[in-house]
Design a protein around this ligand. Structure first.
Ligand code: PLP
Length: 360
């Protein structure tokens, strides 16, 4: 699905130098690399504050708590997403309320969000799924009307834009992931909270370090969740290439579009005019049994494909809600994601597209 080899080839010496610099410095946690990365990442995202943490999951947990969310609060989440979106709401003691998606963008349907709002709703947690921004204007309008907070799950969409604004700057706070396969990947786990609000940033800083503003003075029950110096140093090197990588992902998506255009059984991913999609994955729809047949054909040709996601979160074992979310359920039965990475070349895309055509 993803080949990190070319990246390591180009960046190898620069990455090794950065890592060695940290090893020799003797500072491994909450040091100058993290400070510099937070400054550089905030600059890239166009937000006032960035707080590095140990994973995208922790960025959601700490982001929720920094916004003051907790027991009794209802948070609107899409069901067609990675499990962590809802899991973290539960982890802070709040209640995820599952909302259906817009079938074209796979992101939270603003009308369904409005219908799911109750007197206990405190926040909306839209996911910019697969690299396409959620429809933020109507969601923010709903938030304004009802006095709700907005936390973006931007784990898959660093560098994507909505009406010219980068994800991370579209709500009260945002959570990013630097899991190795994400568009900006660390050499292990990492995450970050972005916000323009000084109080939210300050709380996130405390929460990631046992709630302590100074050593041994604890103001909150927090976490041990710092982005360490080795990861921060590696991410600083990679951040400088993110724009070019995202542009290349868009080029790869364009080639897929050209080659798969006009196939009756294939629905290509939407890209709304007001959005810049960064194609974390390239996800098509193939209805019915043809999806499984296609996946088997690709596998026998040595071509990877993945189903993100086979089960909507509201139907997973820990939630098992009786509720029906038809578009989320239908998407789980139809989606198939194709290989994509910035250096994926034309010839390979042509071969993959030819196999898809033959199988359908
Ligand atoms: C990857 C991801 C997360 C979690 O990030 P980790 O760094 O793996 O903890 C959360 N939400 C979404 C939508 C993701 O894709």
């Amino acid at each position: 699905m993803l080949d990190l080899g070319p990246q390591l080839g180009t960046l190898g010496p620069e990455l090794e130098a950065a890592l060695l610099r940290v090893v020799r410095s003797g500072r491994y946690v909450l040091g100058p690399e993290l400070e510099a990365f937070e400054r550089e990442c905030a600059g890239y995202l166009g937000v006032a504050f960035a707080v590095g943490v140990a994973s995208g999951t922790d960025a959601l947990v700490i982001g929720l708590r920094a916004l003051g969310l907790g027991p009794g609060d209802e948070v609107l989440v899409p069901s067609f997403t990675f499990f962590a979106t809802a899991e973290t709401v539960s982890l802070v003691g709040a209640v995820p309320i599952f909302v259906d998606i817009d079938p074209e963008t796979f992101c939270m349907d603003p009308r369904a969000a409005r219908a799911a709002t109750s007197a206990r709703t405190r926040a909306i947690l839209p996911v910019h799924l697969f690299g396409h921004p959620a429809d933020m204007d109507p969601l923010r309008e709903l938030a304004r009307e009802r006095g709700l907070l907005v936390l973006e799950d931007a784990a898959q969409a660093i560098g994507a834009t909505y009406r010219g604004v980068r994800t991370g700057g579209l709500g009260n706070a945002a959570a990013f992931s630097f899991y190795p396969s994400k568009n900006l990947g660390a050499l292990g786990d990492g995450g970050l909270i972005a916000t323009d609000d000084p109080q939210t940033a300050e709380r996130a800083r405390l929460l990631r370090n046992h709630g302590a503003p100074r050593p041994y003075h604890h103001e909150w029950i927090g976490y041990c969740s710092r982005l360490d110096e080795l990861q921060a140093a590696a991410l600083r090197v990679k951040l400088r290439h993110l724009e070019a990588w995202n542009e290349s992902r868009r080029r790869v998506a364009g080639l897929y579009r050209d080659r798969l255009a006009g196939l009756r059984d294939v629905t290509l991913p939407a890209e709304r005019a007001e959005c810049r999609h960064v194609y974390h994955v390239f996800t098509i729809r193939v209805p019915g049994e043809r999806r499984e047949a296609l996946r088997e054909q690709l596998a026998s040709d040595g071509i990877a494909s993945t189903v993100y996601y086979p089960e909507p979160v509201h139907r997973s074992l820990p939630y098992a809600r009786a509720q029906s979310l038809p578009e989320s359920e239908r998407a789980c039965g139809e989606v198939v994601s194709l290989p994509i990475w910035p250096e994926l070349d034309d010839a390979r895309i042509a071969r993959i597209a030819a196999r898809i055509k033959r199988s359908l």
